[in-house]
Design a protein around this ligand. Structure first.
Ligand code: GTP
Ligand code: MG
Length: 484
């Protein structure tokens, strides 16, 4: 079975939900508030069969400008867009805003512009509107579009819309996506006897029954108990449609809208991103500051720094998020809420790339010149060792930097630190081996024996012997050290 994704678009009351009801037989305005106000508030989902092989999933978005936020969280991608234009009102502000948003998020979607409520106008008006819509869609760079007429009263035009949708759907090719699975969570609920269910949009990859997934940013692991698309249980599903997953080992309370479900260890969390940005034509001034960031079903307030060119911005996230190069997003102003522009992420930064952490990461780069500097000094003390304090004085660098390098040199097995003394690891090993040899011959050894092998104060030599004990080579007895 092939699944294709349709999304509605258009100004408030232009007939989106009525068309969805006509094609699918279902009313997606199910909330009491939606029924009372006669308008869509949250994106509604339904599906219908186009033929024996293709099911269309349809996301019916709200048209009112107050609900653009809900519209954004409900739209991630679409194969086909039903753009409704009321035959009396013509192109209105949200006709324009929706098409800009959707064409940014789904640049390859094919638009079926539907002139609605044709029972209310004459042929002349319809012809005029066809011309208006044509030039509007050309201006908005919509690559492929059709214009159809429709009346929800008589269902005139319904068959043409259905047939056209089927024709387009047949031409859509679905290929397997072998990238790691990544899905943006749109809804979460718990069903009695079934457990936790999430719905959302797979961005990448495919998911299989019983596979283990990671909930991000929490990094909690869960198992896929069931997969559904349009009410059908499936063993495997790929990108290209909204899906529902029944999850084991995770509670509804762990999950928030906008979180990500992904293949385990496939995505790092990001704190900052640089993006290409296109400011909306309606915006006269775009400044650095706080904005609302929408990407997939994720919505959050972010800090934005506008770079000189104005075509690039830096986005600072409040918390760590899943954000990858190529991700598309929309920015809206906070007060008044207005679409400011459209972005594509082109560089992301993991946690240490915040300014404070960057300094740290610069320190930890252990290049050969630093390594050699340590080695050279330690070679001077091959025959007697040196305390960490004296080494720090000789190497002459800030204490935090010194400690970092010591840790890295230890990790690289270049030096050996024991009770505040340091030796090159090779020197330490050589003394250790010689000491073992003597112990094998003499069976019992003391301070004088180790003194034969290396100079150094009493405190240094005792520390060395204690280190052999700690490594499990020797045991301390009343008369001296014996081999363990
Ligand atoms: N006469 C006539 N009225 C229609 C037609 N289609 C829809 N309407 C009416 O227009 C109003 C709005 O229709 P909806 O389908 O809810 O519009 P919508 O675009 O979904 O509205 P929002 O979701 O709130 O943006 C309703 O009262 C419908 O009955 C039509 O073809 N002819
Ligand atoms: Mg509606």
């Amino acid at each position: 079975m092939k699944y294709i994704m349709i999304e509605t678009a258009g100004h408030v009351d232009h007939g989106k939900t009525s068309l969805v009801q006509a094609v699918s037989g279902k009313n997606t305005d199910t909330l009491p508030e939606e029924k009372k106000r006669g308008m869509t508030i949250e994106t509604g989902f339904t599906s219908f069969k186009l033929n024996e092989e293709i099911i269309a999933i349809i996301a019916d978005v709200p048209g009112h400008e107050n609900f653009i936020s809900n519209m954004l969280m409900g739209s991630c991608f679409a194969d086909i867009i039903y753009l409704l234009v009321d035959s009396k009102e013509g192109i209105m502000p949200q006709t324009v805003e929706h098409i800009k948003i959707i064409s940014h998020l789904s640049p390859n979607a094919i638009v079926i512009a539907v002139i609605s409520k044709i029972d209310l106008v004459d042929c002349e008006r319809i012809e005029e509107l066809k011309r208006d819509i044509h030039s509007f869609l050309v201006k908005e760079n919509i690559k492929k579009f059709y214009i159809q007429c429709f009346s929800a009263i008589s269902n005139s035009g319904l068959k043409e819309i259905f047939d056209l949708t089927e024709k387009i759907a047949i031409s859509i090719e679905r290929t397997r996506d072998i990238r790691p699975f990544r899905m943006s969570i749109a809804r979460v609920f718990s069903l009695k006897g079934i457990g936790t269910v999430v719905t959302g949009y797979p961005f990448l990859g495919e998911v299989n029954l019983n596979s283990k997934l990671e909930l991000l940013p929490l990094r909690k692991i869960c198992t896929v108990k069931n997969i559904q698309v349009a009410g059908y249980n499936l063993k495997n599903v790929s990108i290209g449609t909204t899906i529902a997953l029944n999850l084991r080992n995770i509670s509804k309370n762990d999950i928030k809208i906008g979180y990500t479900l992904a293949d385990i260890n496939s995505f790092e969390l990001k704190i900052k991103a640089i993006a290409n940005f296109k400011i909306d034509d309606s915006i006269s001034e775009f400044k650095s500051g706080k904005y609302i960031f929408f990407s997939g079903t994720f919505k959050n307030i972010v800090k934005v720094k506008v770079l000189n060119s104005k075509q690039e911005i830096v986005v600072f996230f409040k918390d760590k998020v899943v954000c990858e190069e190529g991700d598309k997003f929309i920015l809206r102003s906070i007060n008044p809420q207005k679409t400011v522009g459209f972005g594509i992420i082109n560089k992301t930064f993991i946690e240490h790339d915040s300014i404070k952490e960057k300094k740290k990461s610069e320190i930890v780069k252990l290049d050969d010149s630093i390594k050699n500097k340590f080695i050279k000094i330690l070679q001077k003390y091959s025959s007697c060792g040196i305390s960490l304090g004296n080494l720090e004085k000789e190497i002459y660098m800030p204490s935090n930097k010194f400690k970092y390098y010591i840790k890295l040199l230890r990790d690289e097995q270049i030096l050996k630190v024991f009770n505040n003394f340091v030796l090159l690891k090779s020197d330490y090993d050589s003394i250790k081996n010689k000491f073992i040899k003597i112990l094998k011959e003499k069976k019992i050894c003391g301070l004088s024996d180790i003194r034969e092998l290396i100079f150094g104060g009493r405190h240094f030599l005792i520390s060395l012997l204690e280190e052999f004990d700690r490594e499990g080579i020797t045991i301390r007895t009343e008369n001296g050290r014996i081999l363990k």
